[in-house]
Design a protein around this ligand. Sequence first.
Ligand SMILES: *[C@@H]1O[C@H](CO)[C@@H](O)[C@H](O)[C@H]1NC(C)=O
Ligand SMILES: *[C@@H]1O[C@H](CO)[C@@H](O)[C@H](O)[C@H]1NC(C)=O
Ligand SMILES: *[C@@H]1O[C@H](CO)[C@@H](O)[C@H](O)[C@H]1NC(C)=O
Ligand SMILES: *[C@@H]1O[C@H](CO)[C@@H](O)[C@H](O)[C@H]1NC(C)=O
Ligand SMILES: *[C@@H]1O[C@H](CO)[C@@H](O)[C@H](O)[C@H]1NC(C)=O
Ligand SMILES: *[C@@H]1O[C@H](CO)[C@@H](O)[C@H](O)[C@H]1NC(C)=O
Ligand SMILES: CC(=O)N[C@H]1CO[C@H](CO)[C@@H](O)[C@@H]1O
Length: 212
Amino acid sequence: MPSVKSLLSAAALACLASGETIKITATSSNTFDPSTITASHGDILEFHFEPKNHSVVSGLYAFPCTPMQLGTGFFSGFSFNTTDGEADKVFRVTVNGTEPTPFYSSQGNECSGGMVGIINPSKNQTLADFKKRASALARSVSPGRTSFGGEIADNDDDSSNSTSSGNGSSGGKGGSSGGSSGSGSDKDGKDNGSVSLSVSIGALALAMLMAI
Ligand SMILES: *[C@@H]1O[C@H](CO)[C@@H](O)[C@H](O)[C@H]1NC(C)=O
Ligand SMILES: *[C@@H]1O[C@H](CO)[C@@H](O)[C@H](O)[C@H]1NC(C)=O
Ligand SMILES: *[C@@H]1O[C@H](CO)[C@@H](O)[C@H](O)[C@H]1NC(C)=O
Ligand SMILES: *[C@@H]1O[C@H](CO)[C@@H](O)[C@H](O)[C@H]1NC(C)=O
Ligand SMILES: *[C@@H]1O[C@H](CO)[C@@H](O)[C@H](O)[C@H]1NC(C)=O
Ligand SMILES: *[C@@H]1O[C@H](CO)[C@@H](O)[C@H](O)[C@H]1NC(C)=O
Ligand SMILES: CC(=O)N[C@H]1CO[C@H](CO)[C@@H](O)[C@@H]1O
């Protein structure tokens, strides 16, 4: 039955091709979690915001807490202020390349205080080095007031309300893609996200097998 095999690999390829959504939280303790991100072209970085009033800006490695050249990179703006739980909006950025790209919060002195991160660090462009040089600075630069380089979308997480263990979490949901909606606990990073993604690939493949 060669057709089964080719169907399976087609399913696997389709899943590889579509970008993964990587959740990053600007936390109430003034950090990004996670702060080191490995992302591929086409992946989506989804920034979530906890209190109080943070931003995220893509920066220059050589000059910490300074935005990339005008017209490039991304900036969330400051419309995610929240006093309780995560802001009800998220900022979504599509990854275009794999160059090391640092980012920071441009609020007050949060950047020098360590509210920084890096996408795809390399041997000589590391979070530790960036953070160390940032810590020597007094201020960070905001690239204006208006967000760019990404889109503001609704926060689909239920994390602001402390339920989540309640009803219906188990695998049932319809077979289609629908992104990597959470599987139970909120706090897990993308690792578990990709695990559940591959589980659903398996389920999809199984469904195809049974359909034959
Ligand atoms: C959030 O911070 C920015 C930059 O400091 C400031 O311009 C803005 O007014 C703040 N927003 C609120 C609601 O405090
Ligand atoms: C965020 O800031 C805006 C503008 O200052 C304000 O209207 C809004 O109520 C604030 N939202 C929260 C959740 O604090
Ligand atoms: C990092 O190393 C690469 C390859 O050795 C080099 O091309 C690049 O210029 C280096 N970058 C920095 C910031 O030193
Ligand atoms: C990807 O490209 C788009 C369009 O050129 C740009 O708006 C966006 O900021 C880029 N993303 C990153 C992470 O630089
Ligand atoms: C959980 O399910 C029960 C029974 O189906 C229902 O009564 C309850 O309202 C549900 N709770 C939530 C939070 O959906
Ligand atoms: C995945 O989640 C399970 C519990 O649901 C946890 O024990 C495990 O450590 C998590 N793995 C990762 C890589 O986060
Ligand atoms: C069901 C529940 O707890 N809903 C709450 C979710 O959070 C918002 C704001 O934090 C509350 O207003 C809801 O009552």
